[in-house]
Design a protein around this ligand. Structure first.
Ligand code: MN
Ligand code: MN
Length: 289
């Protein structure tokens, strides 16, 4: 197994990218037209992300397909009613499989935030501890994750659909002390080291360095160790993420296709179309069984 080491410039991702990009080949990819018919021998994936509770008018905007992927930030601050609204929205979509991860805005999905950083939740986001606990108790649930009944929720875990292996992780380098934040470097790498090597599609909330990670001010904020892990150990066919809304779009390094599927724009308007891709059905697998 390739051993990934922390890049010396990892804490300064813009500078790290200046060095790294010299040896990187990156090209833009034109995504499939969303009207492309779904084929019987291919699995159609439909990618969205960063919907931030703005789902009212999204339903008609989402093309058909077999598997819907959502790369996190389903809410603004993780309030239960935002999660319920999202779950209802998922329930109305026709895709047979729906796979969702959380993002830094989905604060109440972060167990550490709920257990040990309650003060942050209460003071900064006005989620009252008692109210939140009452809410969970009334429903007999230990976590808001149980509210997502219309999808498979991944958190450092794997799902397999049609023989295609999908791994999801919500972590990103820290950003204003939100959910699922980790210091850049080893702490992030420790999470990426949990990803098995036979993953076809990797879903993370944040981008890797250099792909869909450029902010409006020109800085790069992706995770250096995430790119190293992808390019030196995992080699997934697809990496789906969001988080940097203005980084929406598709790129490739020749091995992995990188999809920033942020549905919301920088101004939090849910206007970016879902991005679709097809993977041929593995031999011996059919969509009907
Ligand atoms: Mn977001
Ligand atoms: Mn985010």
């Amino acid at each position: 197994m390739a051993k990934i080491t922390v890049h010396p410039l990892t804490k300064n991702p813009t500078k790290a990218w200046q060095k790294l990009q010299v040896k990187q080949s990156i090209s833009k990819v034109t995504p499939l037209d969303p009207d492309t018919p779904v084929q019987i021998d291919k699995v159609r994936f439909v990618c969205i992300s960063d919907t931030h509770a703005r789902v009212e008018r999204l339903q008609d905007f989402i093309p058909e397909g077999d598997v819907l992927l959502h790369a996190g930030d389903i809410t603004n601050v993780g309030l239960p009613f935002e999660i319920e609204k999202f779950n209802e929205f998922l329930g109305k979509l026709p895709h047979k499989h729906k796979i969702v991860i959380a993002g830094n805005h989905d604060l109440t999905f972060d167990d550490d935030m709920v257990k040990t950083k309650r003060h942050d939740l209460e003071m900064r986001f006005n989620i009252r501890k008692e109210k939140f606990e009452d809410y969970l108790n009334e429903r007999g649930i230990a976590s808001v994750k149980s509210l997502l009944t219309n999808c498979t929720y991944l958190e450092d875990s794997m799902a397999e659909v049609y023989g295609i292996r999908i791994y999801g992780a919500p972590w990103q380098p820290e950003f204003c002390d939100w959910g699922f934040n980790l210091p850049r470097g080893q702490a992030c790498l420790d999470k990426w080291n949990k990803i098995p090597e036979d993953v076809d599609i990797l879903i993370t909330h944040g981008p890797p360095i250099g792909h869909g990670d450029k902010c409006f001010d020109g800085s790069h904020v992706g995770c250096v160790e995430l790119l190293s892990t992808i390019q030196q150990r995992i080699f997934p066919k697809y990496h789906v993420f969001g988080h940097v809304h203005e980084g929406y779009g598709v790129t490739t390094d020749g091995v992995t296709t990188y999809i920033n599927a942020s549905t919301c724009t920088l101004q939090y308007k849910p206007r970016n179309p879902p991005i679709i891709f097809d993977i041929p059905l593995p031999e011996g697998v059919s969509k009907t069984c």
